[in-house]
Design a protein around this ligand. Structure first.
Ligand SMILES: [Zn+2]
Length: 128
């Protein structure tokens, strides 16, 4: 079996990959030590395919004291793979897959595959 570690240098062409979850979403964690827990996405990192979820995958970091910072032990969320989380639909409150749909007015929306409700609008660029 080839070792998948060799793939870490693989660069994603074309920049950021769209994630199925975004900042502010509530997600269910599917794997790891926090499996089965849910939390809010604090930060999405599309380029790495990772998300930071509130209260999930907490790591302890020992920080050296610096001028502005007394240092010490800091507990913070470490990023987890977006593939390890599932969006929890705000309408039916169930973990669901996300479908993308183009509306007649040209808007792209995320749709819950469970209940069919529109979750939100996908804003491609905020320049208009
Ligand atoms: Zn739903």
């Amino acid at each position: 079996m080839p070792n998948t570690r060799g793939m870490k240098n693989q660069k994603l062409a074309g920049g950021a990959v769209k994630l199925h979850v975004r900042k502010g979403d509530t997600v269910l964690v599917l794997s790891g030590k926090n499996r089965g827990r849910d939390g809010k996405v604090l930060s999405a990192m599309p380029a790495e395919g990772r998300v930071i979820v509130e209260g999930i995958n907490i790591v302890t970091k020992h920080k050296k004291p610096q001028r502005m910072n007394p240092g010490g032990i800091v507990r913070q969320e470490a990023p987890i793979h977006a593939s390890n989380v599932m969006l929890i639909c705000g309408k039916c409150k169930a973990p669901t897959k996300v479908a993308k749909r183009l509306l007649e007015n040209g808007e792209k929306v995320r749709v819950c595959k469970k209940c069919g409700e529109i979750i939100d609008t996908i804003v491609e660029k905020s320049g208009e």
